[in-house]
Design a protein around this ligand. Sequence first.
Ligand SMILES: *Cc1c(COP(=O)(O)O)cnc(C)c1O
Length: 406
Amino acid sequence: MIPKPDLPEGLHLDTLAVREGLPATPWGENSEALFLTSSFVHPDAATAARRFANEEEAFVYSRFGNPTVMMMERRLAAMEGTSGCIGTSSGMAASLLLVMGLLKAGDHIVCSQSVFGSTLRLFQDFARFGVETSFVSQTDLGAWQAAMRPNTRMLFAETPSNPLTEVCDVRALADIAHDAGAWLAVDNCFCSPALQQPAKLGADFVVHSGTKYLDGQGRVIAGAVCGPAELIDSKLMPVMRSAGMSLSPFNAWVVLKGLETLSIRLQAQSARALELAQWLEAHPAVERVFHPSLPSHPQHALAMAQQGGQGGAVVSFVVRAPLGDERLAAFSVIDATRICSITANLGDTKTTITHPSSTSHGRLSEAQRQAAGITQGLIRLAVGLEHVGDLKADLARGLDALPAHR
Ligand SMILES: *Cc1c(COP(=O)(O)O)cnc(C)c1O
């Protein structure tokens, strides 16, 4: 048994985020060690044989076990309130591992149509291996229920969605899944465990892109699946061992240290996002604002209950422009910024600004985009930690120059 740090029971998330992991080495380092080693040495041949046969828990080879990666996994599991966690090389690898580990040809998935674009494509690709996916409305529980088949083994949701921050009811989806003997997996990228713990609402698995808020400073690609230790050990670990979508110890270390500040970052970024959202809602050149903390958000009450009273750091808004000029108007607001980074990434301390319909959702047809509400005038902000007054000024520069304002 690989020991845990000697901590009292019943600690809060903020404490676990800083303290959970592995005990220090005999050197007594206070900051967690970074174990850059591909393999581990055994005292004798008989011990090596026991460890390879899984009869004794020990580190063998970093494709499927490394102390730094394990520290990150234990810390994230503690924060999500799950008994297990497995680190992966990216957020996409986490979803790949989840499906490869749990499903087989002939199984069926029901998935929100508003999930991350690469997740959509990955799930469409699983059809080549005999796992079919039905895509349904993020917010219409009846549609989820109607899509269930006798062979449905998994429901997959992401809440709030990108870029329109649509919220789905995790507890209700867990009930639909469990009534049918299926699992519910939730991509918790946008809220992170600092705001929302899907496992506590009934989700069986929580998928993460560690690249976003968990790292929090835009440095590394990383991912993880949190869930019951028994299923992670018996179903996911064997796939990790053979397929090797492993998290590098260095990237795990960066995420591990990122988790220590996750809660204060997300609260500060959420507060800035709300202040910006309220300011945008009052701006004459803005037609509509999407943020779960606004009373105008269609699932405001559900979001506040599910997300610890916080809206998260993503705000989207539609600029007001004459018909046909919406894209030009959105581009002019984006191009007038001098602080925001023009990039589709999010989860950084640096505020990012993006035009979804020509970037993250550029591969959809215009009709698909219209159906999804991704209009040409839509701009997405992932709010960072800059002073909110400076961010308002950065956006006002373009907004104040729009014809709708003048
Ligand atoms: C970025 C992202 C992913 C994919 O994560 P990577 O680490 O880039 O592979 C999955 N889901 C959501 C919601 C994301 O934003």
